[in-house]
Design a protein around this ligand. Structure first.
Ligand SMILES: [Zn+2]
Length: 400
């Protein structure tokens, strides 16, 4: 029995290695897969034949190699199944239906006010959007390999219990989510899933050591170390927005004070500019555009606010640099994207000034490549990741 299980484990591992390579680097050839995975030609051929037979990958033509032998080019069969990505953000839930190449086939946005949404409302909104989009596309739920859900909080290791204080969710049990849709669901922290999207397709694609920071109203981070997302003992690693940079700083949504996001979040910067009495609730993007315009025009209050942002954000990022020694820091999120577009050089200088010389001198700050799409794409990587790591084929997952 033990031997049988172990053979099965090896087979699953080999399938996972090969699928992962084809998914992230395809179209590719069998020999490239062999070179990248270190597996023997016979193993690659066996596994590839299985994947071809079950329709998970397909041949896409041939390349002539130097020796005159023709090499078949293989890639994941993007239209073999569908995947759903849903992300609960600060002001809206985005839900997309995508193919296995993460090309978007349909997308919906469900806005909510006051940065709070009841769990029941969120569940219903996602389910309704999924049902209506699948109906519109004329697709049966059985063709969907999974639904990935990104949430703005901590998701416990079993991926079912969510602690998202910022939207008012305290220990919410998501087990069974997706059951009535007939679609398996996978849940993770939105910053982590977004970071996974940048690692697969975006700015962190070519590095094994990167930190992605997402800045909007709040702030979060995803840490990639040795090519893998760093999770910590119960998956809460990366709650950088609630690390403290002041003992007596402003009050934070988490109930404490002096957190990074109380200095670098959009509203924090707006209240530095126009004072705490002016409310920007529901108009944050408009406000951010206005403060940046005023800053460019030389308005002294705007310059003080932006200067404060650069110094505090530089300080907070330098702590990540000293702790994790990343090659790259990717700056994203809706506010982070605007910061990166205008202030990346200033920010890089501030990080260098605060961090230790060696890691500070090596790290490069870059703007997110995937932009606002990254959150929903990231959520969609959750079921695909599961499909890859389990070594399952498309057919087995969809008919399971
Ligand atoms: Zn906090």
């Amino acid at each position: 029995m033990a031997k049988k299980a172990s053979v099965r484990d090896v087979r699953r591992r080999n399938r996972a290695l090969i699928l992962r390579h084809v998914w992230l680097n395809g179209p590719t050839s069998r020999s490239e897969v062999g070179a990248a995975t270190g597996l023997s030609a016979a193993t690659v051929t066996n596994v590839m034949n299985e994947l071809l037979a079950e329709g998970t990958v397909r041949e896409e033509g041939f390349l002539d190699s130097d020796g005159g032998r023709r090499r078949a080019i293989v890639s994941v069969a993007h239209d073999a199944a569908l995947v759903i990505g849903a992300d609960v953000g600060e002001t809206q839930i985005g839900v997309d239906v995508l193919d296995l190449g993460l090309n978007r086939l349909a997308g919906r946005v469900y806005p909510f006010k006051g940065r709070r949404i009841e769990v029941g409302e969120a569940r219903t909104a996602i389910a309704d959007q999924v049902t209506s989009m699948l109906a519109e596309l004329g697709v049966d739920a059985a063709r969907v390999v999974g639904l990935g859900l990104g949430v703005p909080g901590i998701v416990e290791e079993d991926r079912q219990v969510v602690h998202a204080e910022v939207v008012g969710w305290h220990g919410v049990d998501f087990s069974g989510f997706g059951d009535h849709l007939g679609i398996p669901a996978y849940i993770d922290n939105g910053a982590k899933s977004t970071t996974q999207a940048e690692a697969w397709f975006g700015a962190a694609r070519d590095t094994d050591h990167a930190v992605m920071v997402l800045i909007g109203e709040g702030a979060g981070a995803g840490i990639i170390t040795d090519g893998r997302l760093y999770r910590g003992s119960s998956s809460s690693a990366g709650e950088w927005g609630h690390t403290k940079i002041s003992l007596d700083g402003p009050h934070c949504r988490c109930g404490r004070a002096g957190c990074v996001e109380t200095f670098v979040g959009a509203s924090a910067v707006l209240s530095q500019w126009r004072g705490p009495d002016e409310t920007w609730l529901g108009r944050e993007t408009e406000g951010v555009d206005a403060v940046l315009t005023a800053w460019r025009d030389g308005d002294p209050a705007a310059q003080r606010a932006i200067d404060g942002l650069v110094r505090h954000l530089g300080l907070a990022l330098s702590n990540l640099v000293n702790l994790y020694n990343p090659e790259k820091i990717i700056v994203g999120g809706w506010f982070g994207d605007r910061i990166a577009a205008e202030l990346l050089g200033d920010l890089q200088a501030a990080v260098r000034a605060f961090a230790l010389d060696q890691p500070g001198g090596e790290v490069v700050l870059v703007r997110s490549q995937l932009g606002p799409e990254a959150a929903v794409l990231g959520a969609a990587t959750l079921p695909i990741s599961q499909l890859i790591e389990s070594g399952a084929g498309v057919e087995r997952l969809t008919t399971a």
